[in-house]
Design a protein around this ligand. Structure first.
Ligand code: HEC
Ligand code: HEC
Length: 281
């Protein structure tokens, strides 16, 4: 290459090619920027056995209690909390999640692969038992997760991932109870045991070790997703009040929960004492 041309090319690189200084890659820790939420259409599913695996994985996630009764101790489906098969922004979507594992998680103080994360939701959110590692069921679920993340760069955050943050500092349980009767009981039952919608508390619901049993998680989920037929209609305060009522209700226990967050760094809204945090004090 001609020297002057090489110099010009270098100059353009330094300018990012369009007059902007290049983005500071090192500061971002080599993680690609946040990308737009996008769900691949079913018509782009691969043919053959891979496509069959993806579809079967989605069906298991949508009918978990019925399809895998040995592994589910309540009446929920995975999609009870990851609505629309994990394709709703603000609804803890599975879009992009595949490329975010392996991931360090403080609850277990270990690096987890995505199968470990699935196990956690079986044990806690489904109040059940993990699937045999390497079996067809978990492979099909992972195949669906990978399909949903097809167009997302590895490691990228996706807009609408997780749930919104809600201020829970003034959450009022009795206001939540009153609001529950008006806004939620018609689908979840006056006793929280489920009706059109899944069980929110009691023996048929998630256990105390589930993320949804935490005040902030429940508030953020409700803020973005409930009532299901009027998503986003609750204010931050109403969502916090409803969450406070929800987490005050009885639900199955999780033996061994005191060993969570072994480095003594539980989030402030965990509903039970952990040993490592007590020893740290
Ligand atoms: C009772 C509610 C609930 C149910 C049911 C549930 N999950 Fe989850 N799931 C959660 C919560 C809460 C999180 C954490 C979300 C966050 O950190 O933003 C989560 C996170 C995940 C993640 C990681 C997502 C991310 O953004 O990092 C995966 C994968 C997952 N769940 C799979 C499953 C599978 C598979 C099932 C069924 C076996 C299931 N979940 C059932 C509540 C639930
Ligand atoms: C129109 C019916 C409907 C109404 C009203 C409704 N929900 Fe739901 N809810 C659902 C359905 C259905 C799901 C499961 C998601 C799915 O299947 O797509 C769900 C899921 C949930 C979940 C996660 C799953 C679980 O079992 O914990 C919570 C928490 C929740 N709703 C809370 C509420 C609260 C609080 C209200 C009142 C503000 C409310 N819902 C109002 C239908 C409803």
């Amino acid at each position: 290459m001609d020297l002057r041309l090489a110099g010009l090319a270098l100059g353009m690189l330094a300018l990012g090619g369009c007059g902007e200084p290049p983005a500071p890659r090192a500061a971002a820790g080599y993680v690609p920027d946040t990308v737009a939420f996008q769900v691949p259409s079913d018509s782009t599913m691969p043919p053959g056995l891979l496509g069959e695996s993806i579809r079967r994985g989605r069906a298991l996630l949508e009918h978990t209690a019925d399809s895998l009764p040995e592994h589910v101790g309540n009446t929920l489906a995975c999609t009870s909390c990851h609505p629309a098969a994990g394709t709703l922004a603000g609804g803890m979507p599975w879009v992009g999640v595949y490329g975010q594992f392996p991931q360090y998680r403080s609850r277990v103080a270990r690096v987890q692969v995505i199968e470990d994360r699935i196990d956690d939701c079986f044990i806690r959110s489904m109040n059940g038992k993990p699937l045999p590692r390497g079996g067809k069921d978990v492979r099909d679920m992972v195949a669906y997760f990978a399909f949903l993340s097809r167009d997302i760069p590895v490691g990228a955050r996706v807009e609408g991932q997780g749930i919104p943050k809600v201020d829970v500092s003034n959450a009022d349980t009795s206001a939540g109870k009153a609001l529950y009767a008006v806004e939620c009981a018609r689908c979840h039952g006056a006793d929280g045991g489920g009706y059109v919608g899944p069980a929110l508390w009691g023996d048929s619901s998630f256990n105390i070790g589930a993320g949804m049993a935490r005040l902030r998680t429940a508030a953020g989920f409700i803020r973005a997703n409930m009532p299901m037929d009027r998503r986003g209609s609750m204010t931050d305060q109403q969502s916090a009040d409803l969450a406070a009522y929800l987490v005050s209700r009885p639900r199955p226990d999780l033996p061994g929960k005191e060993y969570d967050w072994p480095n003594g760094d539980p989030p402030p809204d965990v509903a039970y004492p952990t040993l490592a945090a007590q020893q740290k004090r």
